[in-house]
Design a protein around this ligand. Structure first.
Ligand code: HEC
Length: 397
């Protein structure tokens, strides 16, 4: 009953996370686009002299006109929209999911027997430390004198991401390592909104209400954090979807693949930013595409080796599936903590095994995602046998 409730809670948290995340990214993309497309108004239009840009749009059967002030309007309107809840709720639902799937979920989601035995609690400590420490380190870096040298700051930040990706992949299950790098970046993004951007805006509004000049340094700090958030978006989204692609995080060079995706994502974002500012850059997209081709090449499946003359389903394969998979993948799993077949996958009858043979190849032979955390201690020879059986046509004889 508790497991069922947890599963439902997880479903709702995931659904909510995607909804508020889409709203956050949507507003962020929209305002970026807006800033790039505002045009100075025609003096003949007789608009308020403080207006620096305007834009007309048609959407959903309505006509819209947006005006942007160079600094601030003479008088503030009663209602001002802030756009902050999208960010906060994305973070809250993301951390809820992290707890449900990784911290409270099956041990295999966090632990990997091939890595140092830190125990589940130790790994949760490392995970939480990554989120909190990542933000404190990043925030201090942005407040240090380096803030005057943004390129150096960004380069150091990038090296820190490389270091975190490498370090986490050495201690926790690689899927958990990936998600923690993503959650760390997402935490920095949401904390940028909460601790820097919104307080800065509030300060500006307060100063204006008092009839004083707003402190320009607050605006500058907010702009730097907004810029970082802009570049984090695509890499973070990659990490969030990567959990569906074990060929990335289970690869021997998983940390380097993560860095490759980060570079490609930031390059694509940079291309859009430049284009928005009217610069056409011919190289960034081809470079990002080349990085993708290189990553696809690096993750290509190893050459298939036959381990036996003929592999028999009854003698070779069925016993392997029964001992390594069925404890979890049964109608009524016997593995501690499982109450329903995970991923909806049941491998109890020959027909079920054959029906899923392509997925088995993907998760057991081409990557070592399954058995989860190798909790049932499958051997490399067994993986090779399963691979040969699938390649030979997955016969049930
Ligand atoms: C310790 C429990 C456990 C064991 C043992 C285990 N699995 Fe899984 N399996 C899981 C969990 C949990 C999921 C769901 C993971 C997810 O949502 O990505 C899963 C998902 C799957 C999926 C579906 C993935 C998808 O693409 O949706 C397949 C196929 C699979 N396992 C095959 C196997 C095979 C084959 C074995 C044995 C070699 C095995 N599993 C052993 C826990 C286990």
């Amino acid at each position: 009953m508790i497991a069922h409730a947890q599963e439902w809670f997880e479903l709702l948290a995931r659904w909510f996370h995607v909804i508020v995340g889409a709203a956050w990214i949507g507003t962020s993309f929209y305002f970026n686009w807006l800033n790039n497309n505002l045009r100075p108004p025609d003096p003949d239009e007789g608009l308020d002299g403080g207006i620096g840009g305007q834009l007309w749009a048609v959407h959903g059967g309505g006509f819209y006109r947006v005006l942007k002030y160079r600094e601030a309007p003479g008088e503030l309107p009663e209602t001002l929209h802030w756009f902050k809840w999208e960010a906060y709720l994305t973070w809250v639902s993301g951390v809820t999911l992290l707890c449900l799937v990784y911290y409270l979920g099956s041990d295999g989601m966090m632990m990997d027997p091939a890595k140092p035995a830190l125990g589940k609690a130790g790994l949760v400590g490392v995970g939480v430390g990554t989120l909190v420490g990542g933000w404190i380190g990043y925030d201090q870096l942005c407040k240090s004198p380096l803030k005057e040298r943004p390129l150096l700051l960004q380069a150091l930040g990038f090296l820190a991401i490389v270091g975190m990706a490498y370090g986490l992949c050495q201690v926790m299950s690689s899927r958990a390592a990936y998600i923690h790098v993503g959650a760390m970046l997402g935490t920095c993004m949401a904390a940028n909104v909460f601790f820097v951007i919104i307080p800065g805006q509030r300060d500006m509004v307060d100063a204006m209400t008092r009839g004083e000049q707003p402190d320009a340094s607050r605006g500058k700090a907010g702009a730097l954090r907004s810029l970082h958030n802009n570049y984090f978006t695509l890499p973070v989204l990659f990490i969030m979807v990567s959990s569906h692609y074990p060929m990335t995080y289970t690869h021997e060079w998983n940390w380097a693949l993560l860095v490759g995706f980060t570079v490609a994502g930031a390059a694509v974002r940079h291309w859009f930013n430049l284009r928005g500012q009217g610069h056409r850059n011919a190289w960034l997209l081809p470079i990002a595409a080349l990085v993708m081709v290189a990553l696809a090449f690096v993750t290509r499946p190893p050459a298939a080796v036959d381990v036996k003359e003929t592999v028999s389903f009854v003698e070779d394969i069925k016993p392997i599936i029964e001992s390594r998979c069925v404890t979890c993948h049964a109608d009524k799993p016997s593995f501690a903590g499982y109450f329903v077949p995970p991923g909806g996958v049941v491998l109890e009858t020959p027909a079920q095994i054959k029906g899923l043979s392509d997925k088995i190849l993907k998760h057991v032979v081409l990557s070592d995602y399954m058995p989860l955390g190798n909790l049932t201690k499958m051997t490399p020879e067994e993986r090779a046998l399963v691979g040969q059986w699938v390649r030979d046509g997955a016969s049930l004889k």
